[in-house]
Design a protein around this ligand. Structure first.
Ligand code: CO
Length: 132
């Protein structure tokens, strides 16, 4: 793991959340992108060297819709940047972590990603994130 790549935040109303985070971070989102496979629209903010990803469900069966139903809006996941995502997946499997994705998939912002199951990582949903 190299560094925290971004923090993902689940939101109910994307326009409202973009307004809120624009005020909070004193900058506008630099990109909006829909990831069809996850049924989510993402909106990205840069805050200095850090990145915040707002996540908005595009349908009621989206993992984000289910998360908000259960736990409300708020921090959804922490993403770590890795160099070699396949090697990191295999290392974490060997360490006993449960992977939601055992092979990387295409994520937002030009990344290849894989999620760890929060049950095996202390209740925190962890995303691995590699440049394509
Ligand atoms: Co993410």
């Amino acid at each position: 793991m190299k560094k925290i790549e971004h923090i993902g935040i689940a939101v109910k109303d994307l326009e409202a959340a973009e307004g809120l985070y624009s005020k909070l971070l004193n900058t506008k989102p630099y990109k909006r992108e829909t990831v069809e496979s996850e049924r989510v629209t993402t909106s990205f903010f840069a805050s200095g060297p850090n990145k915040i990803e707002l996540l908005h469900a595009t349908s009621s069966d989206s993992p984000i819709a289910k998360f908000i139903e259960k736990r409300g809006e708020g921090i959804h996941h922490i993403a770590f940047a890795v160099d070699d995502i396949e090697a990191e997946i295999s290392r974490l499997k060997d360490e006993g972590f449960t992977l939601i994705h055992e092979t990387p998939k295409d994520g937002a912002d030009g990344k290849r990603i894989a999620f760890l199951h929060p049950k095996s990582s202390g209740g925190v949903l962890v995303e691995l994130c590699a440049d394509t």
